[in-house]
Structures are given as C-alpha cells and as structure tokens.
Design a protein around this ligand. Structure first.
Ligand SMILES: Cc1ncc(COP(=O)(O)O)c(C=O)c1O
Length: 478
C-alpha cells in the first residue's frame, strides 16, 4: 500500500491529528474502502518520515472512533461501517413532520452557596468578555443593513461555514454548511428533533440510564415515551437497546452524562449497525466533547455515519450557556425540516451573535479560549480527584479525564439525599444522581454525587472536598 497520499504540514504540528484527518478524508471519499489493510505503523512511519508513535496515535484515534479495526494477526483495516460519502437518495429519507413547540424552563442551581459545585456549568468568570465584545463590535461594523432583517431561519451562512470547518477539524464531523442548522443550544435541537420524531409516529425514544434529568421535562413535553437503556463501563448497552421498540436513541458517546464513560469502539460500531438495521436515528449530544484531558477526544459518531446521526452541540460549556447558541448537523432531509421548524416557530436565531461567533471562530479566539480552559479544568479535576481520595475514603470516581463534572459513587449504603442535604448545610451545592436513573433503578442504583468543578479554583475545590468528606462522615454516623 504505497499511494496513501496523506498530506501533512510539518510546520503546523499535531502530526498524528493531521494523519488521522487524512485517513478520515480518504475513507469518506471512498479512496480507502472497507476491509482495506493499512500499512503497519512502522512502515507508514518510515514512508512519511515521522516517528512510529505518531502513526500509532493516529491509528488508535481512528480505532476509537470506529474508522479502523485492529485484530491480532490481521493488522489494521478500514472498518466495514466506515463507508464513503454518498449523495442522499430519496429512498433513504424518512418523513419528518414538524410540530408546534412549547418550551420548558430548565430547573436550576441555587447561586447562594459558598462552594457551588452544581453540575453542568462552565467557569462563567472566565468568559472572554473583551474578546467577545471585540467580535461583536467587528461584526456590527461589517454587517450590511440588509442583514438586520429576518435571517435565514437555519442560521447565517457565515456561521454555518465556520462551524462546518470547526466541527470537521475538532470533532471529526462530516459537516456540510447546508446540513447545519443553528439552534438555541443542544436542548433546543433535542426538543425540535424529538418533536419531529413523535410527529412522525416514533414516540418511543431510547435514552441512557442514567441520563441528564434536566432533559427529561423537555423529552416529556415533546411527547416522547422513554425506554431506558443501561450504561456500563463501555457506554450504552446496545444489545439491551435492540430489545426495545425504539428506533431512535439519545446518546452522549464522547463523555456519557453523567457517568463520564466513553462509548467503546465495539459499541460505536454496534450502535451504528443497530441504527441501520432498524432504519433508525441516533441523536448525539456532544455537550462537552471539547474537554478531554488525557488524549484527543474521540471524534463524533456523526462522522462515521452522517445519514444516521443528528449531531447536537453548543457553546454552552465552551463559552457560556447564556449565549444560547448551538447547532444541529443532520442528514439533508431532517436538516431541511429543522430549518422549516425554525421558520414556523421562531424565525431563527439572533443574527449579531451568530456573526460574532463566526468571527470568534475564524480569528482563532474560540480555539485559544478552549486551550486555556482545557488547562484550567484539567488542573481543577486533578485537584478534586486527589482531594476526594484524601478526605472521602471509600468513594469511587467514574469516567475518563474529561469534561467539567465528576461522577462519584459513594460507599454502599450511604444515604445520597442526606449527603446532598448535609453538604448544602456546609455551604457546598452538589447534585445527587438519584433523579438521573430510570424508574427501574432509582431506588437501587448505587448512591452517587455529580460534582461540577468548572467554577471553583483549585484551592476552593480542595476545601469543598474536605467539607464533603465531613458531610459524608456525619451522614455515616447518622
Ligand atoms: C448532558 C447535557 N446535554 C445538554 C445540555 C443542554 O445544553 P445546551 O445549553 O446546549 O442546551 C445539558 C445542560 O446542562 C447537559 O447537561
């Protein structure tokens, strides 16, 4: 295999990421077909004049994402699921009737605690106010008067183009600007997609067990009937999914919420095979995927099968939830239906903010902010994990080094609600996991806390862990 033609720019650095991107493009374009055997890491490293470790890293990334398969004795091959792009034949598209909307406000944290570890909030104090203001000013200066009218309900072209590039580069998404619809966050995208599915007669929606309880009222309001599917150390159990009636599932493959596990390569392949089998749809909630600390984040599932996946993302964890800016990357027909949904329900997202985000991405401000926050969150996570080990004996931290929350299993028999209340009395706001489990597990799941560490500095996190230790010890004494 001598003609791979993987162009790399040595001056740009991140050679493994460049090589991985070259392989993805080759697989998607059909230049590399399923089953094709790839050169050994040693041979490819020699051909490309890079270190073997660089190729090994690229191969590992692509195996984790499901593009490649490695078997002992059989080398590394292009996975059968990773098929090339194809024009969307009409026969493959489902009907997607739109539904009128009714918004449900999310339940929220308190604000009045000395140590606010309520999950799901980024560090709001780190919002890049000056650089965002500069992006808004620049956009306003450049914006022609005509653009102050009603926008394209699917989003302004400049932002969709920037996002297509960004999501391809950072999330290995297969994103065409025409298939991106700007939404007011993941929540909005989720509500809209589920309403369409329900309108289409698909009320049964599979969700992970446990799952984000913030989304439950939205799914309920959209008319979905939930089928809970257990999550284990490899992510959602696809065999259990196949036993449900559902033909659509909401998943968090890059970093399961709340347990923090990553969907394994085998399960990724099985999930996509399931979707193809039942002619179904995967709704991929990519809520905090930019934040992986021990390695490159696994690329999104949408990049493997853009015909079967709607990718939902937003700037809520990367910048601030208050912006209410997000996106859906969908197959062509559902993307059209989402655009129509916006046209029929709210006439689109605020234009100035969309342009500001486009400018923020194109000038490198978004990447720079993410790099800074990755360093900070990683340090905060490490401190919290260490302090919990010191102050809270018997707890078990789940999940990979990623995101802005920890899922912490308490010693068996601990009264989770009593610990949450005792922590609150000591000034520490934490989430309990009980409400995130489905009816079958809510009394029997191991007691656990969900700790947001995004908003506290390192020393305050260490203090909070000590207070949590006290709360748990008090509860254990009764
Ligand atoms: C797992 C998960 N997905 C999605 C959301 C909603 O995000 P957005 O602000 O993009 O609507 C949240 C919010 O807390 C979340 O925890």
């Amino acid at each position: 295999m001598t003609d791979l033609h993987l162009p790399i720019d040595r001056a740009a650095g991140r050679l493994a990421a460049q090589i991985a991107a070259g392989f993805r493009a080759a697989i998607r374009s059909g230049r590399l077909t399923a089953g094709t055997r790839l050169p050994s890491s040693r041979d490819l490293a020699r051909d490309m004049d890079v270190s073997r470790g660089v190729v090994v890293t690229a191969y590992e990334q692509l195996i984790a994402e499901g593009f490649l398969l490695a078997r002992r004795g059989d080398g590394t091959r292009v996975a059968p699921l990773a098929r090339p792009d194809a024009p969307p034949p009409a026969a493959r598209q489902q009907a997607w009737p739109a539904e009128p909307a009714a918004e449900t406000p999310p339940g929220g944290p308190d604000g009045a605690f000395a140590y606010d570890m309520w999950p799901s909030q980024p560090d709001l104090a780190a919002f890049p106010r000056e650089r965002w203001a500069a992006a808004v000013r620049a956009s306003l200066r450049a914006l022609p008067n005509e653009e102050l009218g009603y926008p394209d309900p699917g989003g302004v072209p400049a932002l969709r183009a920037e996002l297509a590039g960004y999501l391809g580069r950072v999330r290995a998404a297969n994103a065409d600007p025409d298939q991106i619809v700007i939404m007011n966050g993941v929540a909005h995208g989720l509500s809209a997609v589920v309403r369409m599915l329900v309108g289409d007669g698909h009320r049964e929606l599979a969700v992970e067990d446990p799952t984000s309880n913030r989304q439950l009222p939205m799914l309920d309001a959209a008319g979905a009937r939930l089928a809970r599917v257990p999550v284990d150390a490899e992510g959602v159990d696809v065999a259990a999914l196949a036993r449900t009636e559902a033909r659509a599932i909401l998943v968090t493959p890059a970093h399961q919420y709340p347990t923090g596990v990553v969907l394994s390569p085998g399960r990724r392949a099985a999930l996509i095979a399931w979707a193809r089998d039942v002619d179904g749809l995967i709704i991929e909630d990519d809520y905090d995927a930019e934040f992986r600390y021990d390695r490159e984040p696994v690329g999104c599932l949408q990049g493997i099968d853009p015909d079967r996946v709607v990718l939902l993302g937003s700037v809520s964890k990367a910048l601030a939830p208050a912006l209410r800016l997000g996106w859906a990357v969908a197959p062509p027909k559902p993307a059209d239906r989402l655009r129509t949904h916006r046209a029929h329900n709210d006439l689109g997202a605020p234009v100035l903010e969309q342009h500001a985000l486009a400018a923020f991405i194109s000038t490198g401000g978004y990447d720079r902010h993410l790099r800074t926050m990755r360093r900070q969150y990683r340090a905060r996570r490490d401190v919290l994990v260490e302090a919990l080990a010191e102050h809270v004996p018997g707890v078990r931290v789940h999940g990979v080094s990623a995101g802005i929350h920890l899922y912490v299993e308490l010693p068996p028999g601990t009264d989770e609600a009593a610990v949450v209340a005792a922590a609150a009395r000591l000034g520490v706001s934490v989430g309990g996991a009980a409400g995130m489990w489905g009816p079958g597990r809510d009394g029997t799941a191991p007691p656990a806390l969900v700790l947001g560490y995004g908003r506290l500095g390192e020393s305050r996190l260490a203090q909070a862990a000590e207070l949590l230790g006290r709360a748990i010890a008090r509860e254990a004494r009764g």
